[in-house]
Design a binder for this molecule. Structure first.
Ligand code: SF4
Ligand code: SF4
Length: 252
């Protein structure tokens, strides 16, 4: 990796003007993964296996990004994932397995490999649409601890942006807080297995058999959001985090 945007490329319509610039990171040598033999200050302890790297993770992918990813590719994630109006989540069963295996399995267990990781190319197959959690993962930083803290703040900002925009677009498409609650019910570890289908159907309503079409619509709706609407979604706390991120270079 060399110069890195502060967001996945596919978020440019909303964030290119808000978070301009890039940060050089040469220590995270992804083609020859730096975590196979970790040295110096690293975000995780490691070591990682070279054919798994930091992609032993099932990320949340927001609805408006799913609308830009090939449907077949999205569906390949469904052995361990579940599609909901707000986006793609790991199933409760998979999440339970992740929790069982614990932190030491990160970078080590093939069964945890992200469904979007191309084993043939040994890299992400949805690079431009990968979510914020992935775009901000640097196992080590050229800027040492300050750099790792900076990326952790960017991750926080992008998580908030993704969730708020994903919610806002489904409201524009006629859904409400009820559907959000049904989405939560579908993946919550507290839900009884026999109730999951109910939550799934209630969350999707009339879109149940047209999920990809729905995601394409969410992207169109999201692209129509003005910068004032995005500012409102971010809210005062995240606008102030945004300022902090933009000040990083003067403080570094
Ligand atoms: S960011 Fe991930 S793939 Fe890149 S060097 Fe670090 S652990 Fe390896
Ligand atoms: S989306 Fe891409 S970068 Fe993120 S975990 Fe999956 S394969 Fe890795």
């Amino acid at each position: 990796m060399s110069s890195n945007l502060f967001f996945p490329f596919s978020y440019s319509p909303w964030l290119a003007k808000r978070l301009p610039g890039s940060l050089k990171e040469t220590s995270a040598t992804c083609q020859n993964c730096a975590m196979v033999k970790p040295t110096g200050l690293t975000r995780d302890k490691g070591p990682f296996k070279n054919h798994l790297k930091c992609c032993t993770y099932f990320p949340y992918v927001p609805n408006f990004s799913l609308g830009a990813i090939n449907e077949k590719k999205v569906n390949q994630s469904l052995d361990r994932g579940v599609l909901l109006p707000v986006g793609l989540f790991p199933t409760a069963k998979h999440q339970n397995r992740v929790d069982q295996l614990g932190k030491k399995a990160f970078g080590q267990k093939e069964e945890l490999l992200c469904p979007f990781f191309s084993q043939q190319e040994n890299q992400c197959s949805i690079w431009e649409e990968r979510p914020g959690v992935c775009a901000t993962y640097f196992c080590k930083s050229d800027h040492a601890k300050k750099g790792l803290e900076f990326w952790a703040d960017v991750e926080k900002y992008l998580n908030h942006f993704e969730w708020e925009l994903a919610r806002a677009v489904i409201f524009e498409l006629g859904m409400s807080e009820n559907e959000i609650a049904y989405c939560q019910g579908a993946v919550s570890p507290e839900t009884e297995e026999e109730e999951r289908d109910f939550f799934l159907q209630a969350a999707w309503g009339k879109w149940l058999n047209q999920k990809h079409h729905f995601f394409v619509e969410t992207r169109k709706v999201a692209l129509n959001f003005s910068s004032t609407q995005i500012e409102k979604l971010l809210g005062p706390d995240f606008l102030s985090l945004e300022k902090k991120l933009l000040n990083f270079f003067t403080l570094a």
